[in-house]
Each structure stands twice: as C-alpha cells, then as structure tokens.
Design a protein around this ligand. Structure first.
Ligand SMILES: Nc1nc(=O)c2c([nH]1)NC[C@@H]1CN(c3ccc(C(=O)N[C@@H](CCC(=O)O)C(=O)O)cc3)CN21
Ligand SMILES: CC(C)C(=O)C(=O)O
Ligand SMILES: [Mg+2]
Length: 264
C-alpha cells in the first residue's frame, strides 16, 4: 500500500470530507500523526523557528529541509508528504526545479510548496510541466516578514482580498494542485475555496476551507513564545500526545475546529 494520492485529496474536497494536516519534522511524530489519521504531513520551514530557535523562517536551508524530510519519510508510510521550499530556493524556475527535485528524490516528498502570488505562476508552470506537484501559499507569507512588516492578517481590505483571490485563480491555472491560505479572513477563505477546484487548506483562514493545518508544536502547546491566535492547544483536555493529535483530527473532521471565534 503506497501513500495517499492527490486524487484522493481532490475526492475529499468534492465529497466535503475535511483534510487534516499538521507539520512534522521527525520520524516519531510522523508515525504518530499518521496513526491518528492525519492525511497530509507538512515538513514546514517553521522548523527554523520551533526546532532551531531562529527569529524567522529565513535562515532555513535546503540541507535542513532535506534532512527533516528524510526523517519524516522514514517514519511514515501512508500519509501524503509535502515540503516547504526554503527562502530564496525558488528565485528562478530553474533553481526551483533543481531544489524541488532534491526534496522529492532525497527527501521523499510528493509535493513542494512555496510562498507567493502571480509572479510565481511561471515557476508553478515550469515545475508542474516537469511532473513536480506544487502547493501554492497565499495570505501571510512568513518568508516575506520583513516586507510585510510583521506577521499580520492579510486580505482585510477590498483590494488586498481581491488580489489574493485573483492570485489563487492564476496559480491554479498555472498548474498548482493545492493551496494553503494563511492568516486571512474566514470570508475570503470561503470564497476562494468555493471557486477553486483544487483543495484549499486553512492556516488561520477560517473553517470553510477544505482542510486545516497547524504547526505541531503550537497545537501541543510547546512552542516558544505566543502561538498565533488562530491556533489551539489540543493537549489541554487530554492526558497524552497521541490523544491530543486524535482530538485535533476529529475536531477537523467534525468541523468543530476552527470555531468562528478563532477566525478573522
Ligand atoms: N510556531 C509557529 N506557528 C506558526 O503558525 C508559524 C510559525 N511558527 N512560523 C512561521 C509562520 C509565522 N506564522 C504566524 C506568526 C504569528 C502570527 C500572529 O501572531 N498573528 C496575529 C495577527 C495580528 C493581526 O494582524 O491582527 C494574531 O494575533 O493571530 C500569525 C502567523 C505562522 N507560522
Ligand atoms: C504554517 C505552515 C503553513 C507552514 O508553512 C510551515 O509550517 O512552515
Ligand atoms: Mg512554511
């Protein structure tokens, strides 16, 4: 039995079954998450912050990503694996293709993700034409923290919401097979999920998307500093980590997470 496929994830969208996704950085957690029914494991560049103690995700390197992808791949068998391309590893389509190929060949992932809008449409096209599945990432772009002036909600104004909406359509048209929407109002998350054919995953984008993702350390209540307000500590109310992860999966499946009051 191989790993879950994009075909299955698209089918879940069509049938209204919510997709449960969490970040994973090592083999032990990968096995635990998969056993709890998490469909998608994201080897996120958030590892720079939660594992390495960096101020942002910018210092994370390709070698870091490959190392953690390999560990997650060894710990899991069934889950769909997706990895972030780190800061400046996709500055040109050719560089993106070389680095994405490394994440797939050496890291063992099925899909790569990078942050940005329509300016990356050419890169999405270049990769997907060569057999590399791409997840787009819109809204709050942590690798652009210094341009955005902090980790702020995006798409609050009419113009900015329209721009994110248009970017989503352009990237789907360019070949993206999944989209992560980070830190945008629930209304915008809802609209984009309705117009796109590809699965849309919410990271602080409200309850109406096709799936949810959180940083593992946030949902276990063990990250340094204050986690984003859209996150929730699932270890509270349970006695152990496997139960906390199980609680997250069932809350996502039953559409109990996120509640509207944890959304923008
Ligand atoms: N531990 C961790 N969790 C994450 O979710 C995460 C990372 N690290 N690192 C990379 C990015 C950065 N992210 C963040 C970080 C902070 C906020 C945050 O504090 N947001 C404010 C919004 C304030 C506003 O504009 O109204 C909040 O209160 O939620 C959101 C996303 C998401 N990602
Ligand atoms: C927060 C998620 C979407 C991410 O990109 C990461 O963990 O790096
Ligand atoms: Mg990331």
């Amino acid at each position: 039995m191989g790993r879950l496929t994009l075909t299955k994830l698209r089918k879940m969208k069509r049938q209204g079954e919510k997709i449960a996704m969490l970040t994973a950085y090592d083999a032990s957690f990968a096995a635990l998450l998969e056993a709890a029914g998490v469909e998608v494991l994201l080897v996120g560049d958030s590892l720079g912050m939660v594992l390495q103690g960096q101020e942002s995700t910018l210092p994370v390197t390709m070698d870091d990503m490959v190392y953690h992808c390999r560990n997650v791949a060894r710990g899991s068998q069934r889950a769909f694996m997706l990895a972030d391309m780190p800061f400046m590893s996709y500055a040109t389509p050719i560089q993106a293709a070389d680095n994405a190929a490394r994440l797939m060949r050496e890291g063992g992932v099925q899909m790569v993700k990078f942050e940005g809008g329509r300016l990356l449409a050419e890169t999405v096209e270049y990769l997907t034409a060569r057999g590399i599945p791409v997840c787009a990432h819109l809204g709050l772009l942590p690798q652009s923290v210094h341009r955005m002036g902090g980790y702020r909600v995006q798409g609050r104004g009419e113009t900015s919401a329209q721009q994110i909406h248009d970017d989503a359509m352009i990237l789907q048209e360019a070949g993206a097979d999944m989209l992560i929407l980070e830190c945008v109002p629930a209304r915008l998350g809802n609209e984009i999920t309705d117009v796109l054919k590809i699965p849309v995953i919410s990271c602080g984008a409200g309850p109406y998307c096709d799936g949810q993702v959180l940083v593992l350390y946030d949902m276990l209540g063990i990250s340094r500093g204050k986690p984003p307000s859209f996150s929730h500590n699932f270890l509270e109310g349970t006695n152990n980590i496997p139960d906390a992860i199980q609680a997250y999966v069932s809350a996502v499946k039953k559409k109990e997470f996120p509640p509207l009051e944890l959304s923008y």
